[in-house]
Design a protein around this ligand. Structure first.
Ligand code: DGL
Length: 256
């Protein structure tokens, strides 16, 4: 069992931010990554549609014999991780916006969340947000447009900058001191985000926490791969261009 791979999926390149953290924490684990970018963006789809897509992605990874699945997408996690855990026997790890740590850290009592519409309108997000943000103002920005830009390979330049400013300026004006990147695509442009933010605004993302949680789960199930080579296999059902660029053309991508 331990030699079997960890499966990771996302609506495209966003999950690579999670894959990187997992590879650092668990360097011997073999990983299968599924870029389901034919269905990108998830954030503008209905809950039912997201559930169906994630069911199919999980089935694909289970057929590839994955011992655990990481849902490397906030939109997918907040919309359907409960259902996936119910439908399949394999353990699942998901990613959610880091609202709790942001709420604990804020001094101004104002936090900003940059996420997709699908995440912001999900039940799980509102439960987590209500639980941790008593007496804290949460400024939500729906940034689906940003997912599309990043997925199409635009990670710097004027267009990206103007979309980032459109979302960040209202939060800055409201006086946030914590910015939560509630979508796994956004850490890919964290440098550009930080250029716009005034000093004093802390940026939070969840990839390290997901990697630590993944390790804890495989340890619990006694699945840990001590001697593996950390082999990575990439599958993609849409355009491979952005994925290939981010991977510096160092890996073969199997086109589905
Ligand atoms: N990476 C996904 C997330 O974390 C992007 C969702 C999308 O495809 O809209 O939410």
């Amino acid at each position: 069992m331990s030699e079997l791979p960890i499966g990771i999926f996302d609506s495209g390149v966003g999950g690579l931010t999670i894959l990187n953290s997992i590879s650092q924490v668990l360097p011997n684990e073999n990983i299968i990554y599924l870029s389901d970018n034919i269905n990108s963006p998830y954030g503008e789809k209905s809950n039912e549609k997201i559930e169906k897509i994630c069911y199919d992605n999980s089935k694909f990874l289970i057929q590839k014999k994955c011992k655990l699945i990481v849902v490397a997408c906030n939109t997918a996690t907040t919309n359907c991780i409960k259902k996936l855990r119910f439908d399949f026997k394999v353990p699942f790890v998901g990613v959610e916006p880091a609202i709790k740590p942001a709420s604990l850290k804020t001094k101004s009592g104002k936090i900003g969340i940059l996420a997709t519409k699908g995440t912001l309108k999900s039940k799980l997000f509102s439960i987590t947000s209500n639980k941790h943000t008593n007496d804290i103002s949460v400024i939500e920005e729906n940034a689906d447009e940003l997912v599309k830009l990043i997925e199409s390979g635009i990670m710097e330049g004027e267009k990206l900058n103007s979309v980032l400013k459109k979302h960040l300026n209202p939060m800055i004006e409201m006086g946030i001191d914590q910015l939560v990147l509630g979508c796994t695509h956004f850490p890919l442009v964290i440098k550009e985000i930080k250029k716009i933010l005034p000093k004093g605004i802390n940026v939070l993302e969840s990839s390290k926490a997901v990697a630590i949680q993944t390790k804890a789960v495989i340890e619990k199930f006694n699945f840990i791969n001590q001697l593996g080579s950390g082999k990575k296999v990439f599958y993609c059902n849409g355009s491979t261009k952005t994925l290939n660029n981010i991977l510096n053309h160092k890996f073969e991508i199997i086109k589905l």
